[in-house]
Design a protein. Structure first.
Lengths: 199, 199, 199, 199
């Protein structure tokens, strides 16, 4: 709980983050994504393709005593994540420059994995993540293309006991001439998968 | 953090709640509703038209040291809220049988107000809530009819400095013959309003 | 059936129209709007707030022997409607420069009325249209603001025997790097009302 | 133009059709599907997996001088299509009992193909259809599962010059206690593909 955002529920408004030109997970998508991951204190989290770091910042605030590794290959993204980490005074967020899956190998094993971007290597990223996640581990993918939805669904069914797909369509009002016009955000597929708890 | 649901992020799956025939705020709607309310430890919350209590239970878990008053007139609802309160071992949730706005008068002043149902008295409920909320207070309405959206929007603009409307459309897959069919939930308007922070 | 568009079903692709800066009813919205109007040869149609004329052009093609009056106050719109009328060689489309409801008074009584824009005079436009429509007449409104939906619904229920509201959300793929990204159009409310057939 | 439905625009209300237990293409989905097919008088149309025949009936009304072959394997469907053919007095609709692709082989070559159901043989149906469609021919698929979207997209890109995917989400009001509640239909993907016109 810092001064920039003293609340406990996730859902920091988009415009409080440093953003630049990097695409950002919008706040409504972000809170549902976090919900599907089921975060708890002490967890180790990989956020692959972390972009602006908005999801990583929110995740870090939900896992005190744990740590979020934000993996990002782009220079602009890395700078933004650092900025947002400082802005929200998040101490347990580590920026990991590099490309997945290579950049993942040396990281501590995760309890939760987020995939926001895969650089074309979804297959090997999911395979490696599934191998490193323990019993009860969860993986959540945000997909915006039909191809990613199809691939992710196929792969997750091979490695995980339960898979759920939610498509979220958000429309928000903007005020124009005293009237509230509905503007749509692009729909996002939130695909979440869980490993069975040990018997 | 109890044993039924040991996680910190909101978003308890719908089917973990006792439900009966009472309509329930679905988990994706619930987490966005909680996000718009911006909950923090110690807050006093009114949940008006609490239904099954799913929102009240999740809110209570986000405000340790605070308290959630779940106002509900229906007998079936009151029983369900009690059941869910016990199920998730939530100590700071108080069931208030009765109808708003009358049932609100004797409650401690709120930091946050949720309105899930108004029994046709949206006008007086909003007016009373706006009067009791202090600086920085927030009110969030879930509306499923066009009439409620219109009324709420008109009223909130009179009493609050900022108003936002988000329409959330959720489609979830169900598996049928090895294929994933998208099924829609009904769209919900999440209308949130904030009182300016004291200058 | 002309050479620019030799087909009979409505749904001319958006990019075949001359468009300029004037907002346009997108093709998917257009075909559902036309469907709700139930067009037939010989009908007289008012299209109020005709914009680019895309709806008027398509309507005119569905009512051979009838006529579409496209009412538009803006100079840019009037020019575009003329352009599109010529482009699709539609002979039974008459551009009516001016503002509704004043511009409607001297027009022949309609069988069908479309309202795409009302310049703040929805009340008097609906009242006048309802008075001029005969038994079995229909009126269809495209609304993009919550306030217009509310007003339209209230007014139509006073003057018409049956009223239906459909909200249409369209997402279309754009190809990017061999992948299909879903992009949303803003949602539109299509509100249609019918006068009872004479007994 | 018959007496049951004397209008020219597609979009016959769902409840005017004989329906039984067979799933039906809802009217808003139907009109956009027809639009994407670009129908004109004289065309030969295959409707594969015709279900209740609602799409086939509407298509037949748009192609006077042409013919629609409604291919359906289920007994209940075949009866319904016959009923609806009579109900709307459509003379140019031929019911073809049997399974695609086998049932297609002896049919006249199509100008347009609709696929509403494939019985697990989407691959061979698309391949055969693509081979029989001439220059300027079009194929439109209604898909409700993520797997069908993925397969269809992959296959159509191999055989057709242009492919478009539209996801349509429809919410309709139902009146309850004088209020208009929005109810969602399940989203449908309308995937349309065109063969280039001859050079």
């Amino acid at each position: 709980m810092n001064e920039t955002w003293p609340y406990r529920t996730p859902g920091i408004p988009d415009d409080l983050f440093a953003r630049g030109e990097v695409p950002m997970t919008k706040e409504e998508i972000r809170v549902v994504t976090l919900a599907k991951a089921r975060l708890a204190p002490g967890q180790v989290i990989w956020d692959i393709g972390a972009g602006t770091g908005s999801l990583a910042v929110e995740a870090a605030r939900q896992v005190p005593g744990g740590v979020v590794y934000a993996v990002e290959r782009g220079g602009a993204g890395i700078e933004l994540i650092e900025k947002n980490r400082l802005l929200f005074a998040v101490g347990n967020l580590v920026v990991v420059p590099g490309e997945a899956p290579d950049a993942l190998v040396s990281l501590p094993g995760p309890d939760r994995v987020f995939i926001g971007g895969s650089g074309g290597k979804l297959d090997s990223i999911i395979r490696l993540s599934a191998g490193r996640l323990g019993a009860g581990g969860r993986l959540v993918i945000n997909a915006v293309t039909l191809e990613t939805v199809g691939e992710a669904l196929g792969l997750l069914q091979m490695y995980f006991g339960s898979v759920e797909v939610v498509q979220l369509s958000v429309a928000k009002t903007v005020c124009s001439g005293g009237r509230h016009l509905l503007k749509s955000l692009n729909p996002v597929f939130i695909i979440s998968a869980g490993k069975d708890h040990a018997g």
